[in-house]
Design a protein around this ligand. Structure first.
Ligand SMILES: *Cc1c(COP(=O)(O)O)cnc(C)c1O
Length: 406
């Protein structure tokens, strides 16, 4: 079958694709666990995990089984009907979290869009037209729709796309005084990441998160945790809010939830969910049976004491290996983050050169990520074999040595 399909290669990207991405020079064709192979049969260790998506690595047998079983049963019916996988996955998310209600979508941006619309609707229903302000943090990332990109605090992603939606304020992350000054009775929501993933793997300060919760309560604003990157086991708890002991009003999850299949969820309390009455919001694909069947299989494996404890064990190994590299080459000033979302911050002489590290790593046979120009980000499978961490870091060390030798 595949022999009848036309041969394609990386060069075709520049011919047929919109150039909004600049993909690597090779084309991956197969993955298993934490290894991937390109068209030429070259094997790479994957410590990037599809940007914190492949929480169970590539082609996990339980996910392949869930997907193929559902593929032979029912793919799509629209939200004119409900379906068994969606009801099961929602039930399991409710059982495992603070939430009582779930809304499914297809991406992180859409889950956040739903959360922000919910907050606007709740505020309008309860307090009228003047309570619509959203507070977000500088350098945050919440997705690429026009609304979420404006809510996020990185102007470079939003400035080219016309007039900004009204009522959005950005405050410095982890700054209690700035949040106190910005919030008011006109605020309908505060949205924040518990680790700012895209902009440097920067963890939230617990005292700040606690204070934001108090301020939201005082001003009847909903607190939204964007756990698109930190959620579904990534930090060693099912959701990162569990580390903080702070309960949000709304939580969004996506990336790891489908283990590579597009699915996202907005979780909330019954009392807020009730404001999105029939017809007020929707999506064609959200909650479709294929996506939810995979999500259910993902959750069944990740939400177990063994998998979650395994994340913390792997974190310790990865941190030890990164510290060894830092000691030997003086390239990192700090390793931050939690669980298997770690950022190695480049030391002074290397700042701004994360992209070079990525290229050198790839040439040495290991995939890692960046999080801004100064941070090398690691977001491997939550069940990555310790052997793959060792091998991956050995290859990364080769890359570092080549860079250091200039
Ligand atoms: C990736 C990410 C998003 C956007 O998710 P998409 O699926 O790309 O829309 C939103 N918020 C955070 C914190 C993310 O890391």
């Amino acid at each position: 079958m595949s022999t009848q399909q036309p041969r394609v290669e990386r060069a075709d990207f520049d011919r047929v694709m919109v150039p909004n991405y600049a993909p690597a020079s090779f084309v991956p064709v197969r993955g298993l666990g934490s290894r991937v192979w390109d068209q030429a049969g070259r094997e790479l260790v994957d410590l990037a995990g599809g940007i914190a998506v492949n929480g169970l690595g590539h082609c996990h047998p339980a996910l392949v089984a869930a997907l193929t079983e559902q593929a032979g049963k029912l793919w799509h019916m629209s939200n004119v009907f409900t379906n068994e996988p969606a009801l099961r996955l929602a039930g399991k998310l409710v059982d495992a979290t603070f939430a009582e209600r779930v809304f499914f979508a297809n991406s992180g941006a859409e889950a956040n869009e739903a959360a922000l619309k919910l907050a606007r609707k709740v505020a309008r229903d309860r307090f009228g037209d003047d309570k619509y302000e959203i507070i977000s943090t500088i350098n945050s990332f919440h997705g690429r729709t026009v609304f979420t990109v404006n809510v996020a605090g990185q102007p470079k992603y939003s400035e080219d796309f016309g007039p900004r939606p009204e009522g959005i304020t950005h405050v410095p992350y982890n700054d209690i005084a700035a949040m106190e000054a910005a919030i008011s009775d006109k605020t309908c929501a505060v949205i924040l990441e518990l680790i700012q993933g895209e902009s440097g793997v920067l963890p939230a300060d617990p005292a700040w998160v606690q204070r934001v919760r108090e301020l939201c309560d005082k001003h009847d604003a909903l607190l939204i945790f964007d756990e698109v990157q930190t959620g579904v086991g990534r930090t060693g708890k099912l959701f990162a809010y569990e580390h903080y002991g702070v309960i949000p009003d709304v939580l969004t999850a996506a990336k790891s939830l489908g283990g590579g299949f597009p699915v996202s969820a907005m979780l909330t309390h019954e009392r807020w969910a009730g404001h999105l009455t029939a017809g007020t919001h929707g999506t064609t694909f959200g909650g479709n049976p294929l996506a939810c069947a995979v999500g259910e299989a993902v959750l069944d494996i990740i939400n177990t004491p063994q998998t979650l404890a395994g994340v913390t064990e792997r974190e310790a190994l990865l941190r030890r290996k990164l510290q060894e590299l830092a000691d030997q080459y003086g390239i990192f000033s700090e390793v931050r983050g939690q669980g298997l979302l770690l950022g190695a911050v480049l030391a002074e002489p290397w700042q701004g050169r994360a992209a070079e590290f990525l290229a050198a790593a790839e040439a040495a046979g290991v995939l890692v990520l960046m999080a801004g120009p100064n941070v090398i980000r690691f977001a491997p499978s939550l069940i990555v074999e310790p052997e793959d961490i060792n091998e991956g870091l050995q290859r990364f060390a080769v890359a570092v040595q080549r860079l250091c030798e200039g």
